[in-house]
Design a protein around this ligand. Sequence first.
Ligand SMILES: Nc1ncnc2c1ncn2[C@@H]1O[C@H](COP(=O)(O)OP(=O)(O)OP(=O)(O)O)[C@@H](O)[C@H]1O
Ligand SMILES: [Mg+2]
Length: 362
Amino acid sequence: MSTSMTKEETVQDTASVFSVRNLWKVFGPKAERIPNGELAELPADELRRRTGCTVAVRDVSFDVRQGEVFVVMGLSGSGKSTLVRCLTRLIEPTSGVLEIDGEDVLAMDKARLRELRRHRAAMVFQHFGLLPHRSVLDNVAYGLEIQGVDRLERRAQAMKVIAKVGLEGMEHRRPTQLSGGQQQRVGLARALAVDPEVLLFDEPFSALDPLIRRDMQEEVIRLHREEGRTMIFITHDLNEALRLGDRIALMRDGAIVQCGSPEEIVAAPADDYVRDFVRDVPREQVITARTAMRPARDGEAGVGPEVTPLSTVATAIEAVARDGAPARVMDDGKLLGIVDHEALLAVVAGLDTASPKAGAAA
Ligand SMILES: Nc1ncnc2c1ncn2[C@@H]1O[C@H](COP(=O)(O)OP(=O)(O)OP(=O)(O)O)[C@@H](O)[C@H]1O
Ligand SMILES: [Mg+2]
């Protein structure tokens, strides 16, 4: 497929790691008759009664861009694990188009698939999946071992990632001699050791207690900042999604109901399901001045405090309160718009943002 690429495809390839179009996964007998047919429209329980099939992933399309943290969120049973496992064909998709770096994943033979899973897309699991009789060091080196990397080299490489995830000095312990958080660091180190292009996380921290969980989230953020590695991260915890995600895909009943930045999802939920999810989010800490601002009017150019477009509404509220005047949203010396008291309150109150009349209702 590399010979006849159009310019557009080439551009898309450099921007996307995974490219997914109209992907379906149906479990059950003769699953391939379900996608895009009338049967697919049936309510889940009726479909199961009539055909014995379950639609776990329903006509899903998205791109995962290079270097981003792409979060897949949704209630239990919404299809998150199935979707992410389809990406490396740990679960075989029923239909659709699936590419990694422009290469057709569904056309890969066994050897190529093995290569994909071992080198390019490494998975970190919820229950760690460590080998109990091996030391931390040998667990971390495991992926390199099955790649045939020689002993000295894989130990050196493993020691490097062990240090990177903060487990120095523990390399000779067994997994049972570690806390849950430390075990998950080993799982993370094992995935990192093969230096994959993408890290896939299936609810890696949901078995950890809240403080450790917070630590591990910080760890992922730090790693991402330092390395810029592409990550796909499943969670059903909204706070985790907001903290980690550059973009969030929200799933319900196998479909993606909304995909966007945390701010887009909080500021403009696509439907009641999403609105319900984000109900308790402190909106002023997620929504930015760029979203809350209105166009400037005559005479507003030179007065009032300045905020940047990416300042949170919370920051703008402080600035407006200190100064008494509406804040100017400035980017590189250019006035983009104004956030006034009314618009800021509208954000806090959960009214429609980004509308010039938003303030009138407050
Ligand atoms: N092997 C299977 N055979 C039949 N149905 C399955 C299979 N695996 C998953 N399902 C069904 O597919 C749907 C999606 O499951 P999936 O595990 O992807 O959800 P999830 O969003 O990861 O849930 P959780 O948050 O509980 O992990 C569910 O209805 C589930 O029962
Ligand atoms: Mg799951």
